[in-house]
Design a protein around this ligand. Structure first.
Ligand code: GLN
Ligand code: ZN
Length: 773
């Protein structure tokens, strides 16, 4: 018997029902009971989908109102002490306080709480960071010597009962204890969070025992950190930890995913658990080794359906990979998606926007479950039992491979013919700097912004009307040109030195380009959870990328025509476009990125030809594309930085190239950032009080830098003194002649009043600095 299961299922709902309910609850429109009812309904629906797809067990424990890591803190009573919970607060209140912070003066504990310790000064939310190399963000646990664990929530047991009452066979999923500790951060200097393991294990054992008592046989413990470069102490902790957990009377399925096990493979195979799940999509070449090393009495779950991408599986290839396993593990084989399906849309087969052909190439979470069933039957009953399904799958895969929409021979030829120095500017930075300065005549401490200005309700309304076909193209264009003129006038009045057009016409920095490039498709409902109630609809990059026509030139030309000051053209870089899309699985990411780079190179040159003297290529996602294993990093960085340079390097010395990065600590890739050879880089630094800039200084970053002098994530308007303080600090680490003055990031989420007030103070700060010499 082959079992089929999924490591997890998307929880947000096909129509984003959870998002709607959460946001209504936060606005006070529905109470906790109604929110809980939505959660129950979604769980029931998603379990039913799993049962109807023939899965042997439904997965319980993958639901969360905000985040699954946060739920473990609630489950184990490990909320940071700084929130001052007394213990009596309802779980949902604590959940949202941790996730969203508590405003000053607000009562963290909910109505009716008279606890004296509630944080009168407010509490910031837990930090949020990316879940491994995905675009899902989890809340970072905070650990300290005083962190204690206890079984503090019935929620998981209730959900088990809920599923059982619906007649389902249940498998529970939890984060493994080591991953739970690894994902958190120590908030006390020198405190080693691994030291909490001994305190955590008994609570895990207690929970496992209770689950066993509730009739649960299988518990999936996710330990994706087995795919990371672990310090020796962490590796050594696994065996004893799982020995302790073995005391509970449940079968543990240890789940690994996202990256190869490598030096942890033997350990993972030998841990005293009932079964092991491996990611055969990301680490397919390790499967043979796992088959050799996993003791015969263990179950093996093979993640063969890609849980990170949206393509329909090549079932023949999957069957070929599974067959040796079937022979070797008779009766002990499970088939699954490679990881939780949280990272793909629920369904794509009936998406209203995609054309039929494209739809037939794709598989969302629901379709991926169906693939599991076909694979099981093909292996168990023989291929004839699922002849029709296999035939359809084969036809789809073949059609996609042969489709003229996927291939564009001009692109391949152009890439092949690219001269090796296509990624080099004609002259070194010092030469370019002098030529650019002679042309641009910028003052010391030039002021600029990162690109976007407030996306006002009027702008959004105009775009929505245009998309619905209610506003003619010409009228839309006029409306956007008016917005651009307005942004230019405001910048001139503020006295900024380098202007931007404001990005009024852009809904999103990737979608805007994807919509104009060949090779991209967009879905109506392909939502993927990003964090909390937030979802994104990543573009689907299905074919060779080409640029049929200029994408930003008309807007930029219009903007430059309105002012004598230099206008900065604004583009999204190839790596960021790649990172924030679902990408092809039929060619290396490197090729896809280089194709995007060529398209952007043409755009850059067209902007230059249109008289735009400065061009910014945003790469906020450069750091996040880094592979999970250090050994794989250098290959990635080599092609990623080359792709950026290919987009940038086609211009004359006098054209100034900017780049912009944010969202991450990128101290560890400073050499590669320097190797981008952008004339100017603007970075997010204000929240870290210029700590990141110090790293640039220590590294002796050679080109010009604009460290962000104010945080754009809040409406707060910092005064000139505050920005001056940051700039003084900056001038101690970077020579002043190489410093720019700008906010942390784009201003599209802000309103005009605070934007203008903050920029006025910023310009004032730059002028004060200039006068000081
Ligand atoms: N140019 C973009 C903007 O200003 C950059 C956004 C980003 O870095 N995330 O909105
Ligand atoms: Zn940014």
């Amino acid at each position: 018997m082959i079992k089929i299961h999924t490591l997890g299922f998307p929880r947000i709902g096909a129509q984003r029902e959870l998002k709607t309910a959460l946001e209504r609850h936060w606005r006070g429109e529905i109470d906790a009971t109604a929110l809980e009812a939505t959660g129950r309904e979604l769980r029931a629906r998603h379990w039913a989908l799993q049962r109807d797809a023939g899965l042997d067990v439904v997965t319980v424990g993958d639901f969360a109102f905000y985040d699954q890591v946060l739920d473990h803190l609630l489950r184990f009573g490990a909320e940071p002490a700084r929130f001052g919970f007394a213990g009596g607060e309802p779980e949902l209140i604590r959940c949202f306080a941790l996730a969203r912070g508590v405003a000053a003066g607000a009562d963290a504990h909910g109505e009716g709480c008279s606890c004296p310790t509630h944080p009168a000064g407010g509490q910031r939310a837990l930090e949020m960071t990316k879940w491994f190399d995905t675009n899902y963000h989890y809340l970072v646990p905070e650990y300290e010597p005083g962190t204690r664990f206890r079984l503090a929530s019935r929620r998981l047991l209730d959900e088990v009962a809920e599923a059982q009452a619906l007649g389902h066979a249940v498998k529970v999923v939890l984060l493994g204890p080591l991953t739970l500790l690894w994902l958190g951060k120590s908030v006390v200097d020198g405190f080693e969070r691994l030291s909490l393991l001994d305190a955590l294990l008994p609570v895990y054992t207690e929970l496992l025992t209770r689950l066993a008592a509730a009739g649960v046989q299988w518990v999936q413990l996710d330990e994706p950190i087995l795919g990371l470069d672990l310090p020796p102490a962490w590796r050594a902790a696994f065996e004893p930890a799982y020995r302790v957990l073995g005391a509970a009377d449940v079968s543990i399925l240890l789940a690994t995913y996202f990256s190869p096990l490598r030096e942890n493979l033997t350990m993972a195979c030998r841990l005293p658990v009932a079964g092991l799940h491996v990611d055969a999509v990301r680490a397919g070449d390790e499967l043979a080794e796992v088959l050799d090393q996993l003791p015969p009495e263990r179950e093996l779950s093979i993640g063969i359906v890609d849980g990170r991408n949206v393509w329909r599986s090549d079932l023949d290839r999957a069957l070929a990979a599974l067959r040796p396993a079937l022979e070797r593990r008779r009766g002990r084989l499970w088939i699954a998606p490679s990881c939780s399906l949280l990272h793909v849309p629920i369904g794509l087969a009936d998406d209203g926007t995609l054309d039929r052909e494209l739809r037939s190439w794709l598989a969302g979470a629901r379709e991926k479950l169906d693939e599991l069933q076909v694979l099981r039957r093909a292996l168990g009953e023989g291929e004839t039992a699922v002849r029709g399904e296999l035939f359809a799958a084969r036809a789809a895969v073949a059609a996609r491979a042969a489709s003229a929409r996927v291939k564009n021979s001009t692109v391949a030829e152009r890439l092949a013919a690219l001269p090796p120095d296509a990624d080099r500017r004609a002259s070194p930075f010092e030469v370019r700097q002098a030529v650019q300065q002679a042309k641009l005549q910028l003052p010391e401490f030039p002021t600029t912004t990162i690109g976007s200005f407030p996306q006002t309700p009027e702008i959004r309304a105009a775009r929505a009307a245009f998309r619905r076909g209610e506003l003619p193209a010409e009228a839309y264009r006029t409306a956007m040109q008016r917005e651009i003129a307005d942004a230019v006038a405001r910048q001139e009045a503020l006295g900024l030195d380098v202007l931007v057009h404001g990005e009024a016409e852009r809904n999103d920095m990737v979608e805007y380009f994807g919509e104009q490039l060949d090779g991209f498709a967009f879905t109506a409902n392909g939502w993927v959870q990003s964090y909390g109630s937030r979802c994104v609809k990543p573009p689907i990059l299905f074919g060779d990328v080409a640029r049929p026509r200029p994408m930003t030139v008309e807007w930029a030309r219009h903007a430059q025509g309105l002012t004598k000051r230099p206008m900065k053209g604004m583009l999204t870089g190839p790596v960021t476009i790649l990172q924030w899309s679902f990408v092809r699985d039929d060619q290396p990411r490197e090729h896809t990125t280089l194709q995007i780079a060529l398209a952007m190179r043409d755009e850059v040159r067209d902007l230059e030809a249109a008289g735009i003297p400065i061009i910014q290529i945003d790469e906020p996602a450069l750091r996040e594309g880094l592979p999970l294993r250090a050994a794989d990093a250098s290959a990635y960085l080599r092609w990623a930085t080359r792709a950026f340079r290919i987009s940038a390097a086609g211009v004359r010395d006098e054209t100034q190239i900017h780049t912009h990065m944010c969202y991450a600590e990128f101290n560890d890739i400073l050499p590669e950032i320097a190797a981008l050879d952008a004339d100017v880089i603007t970075i997010e630094t204000s929240r870290s009080d210029m700590a990141l800039l110090r790293a640039f200084g220590d590294f002796r970053y050679p080109n010009q830098i604009g460290p962000g002098v104010y945080d754009i994530h809040s409406p707060r308007v910092p005064d000139t003194q505050e920005m001056l303080r940051l700039l003084d600090k900056a001038a101690t680490v970077i020579p002043r002649e190489r410093l720019w003055v700008n906010p942390d990031c784009g201003l599209k989420t802000r309103g005009w009043p605070e934007t203008e007030a903050a920029l006025r103070n910023m310009v004032e700060a730059a002028r004060t600095l200039r006068a000081a010499h």
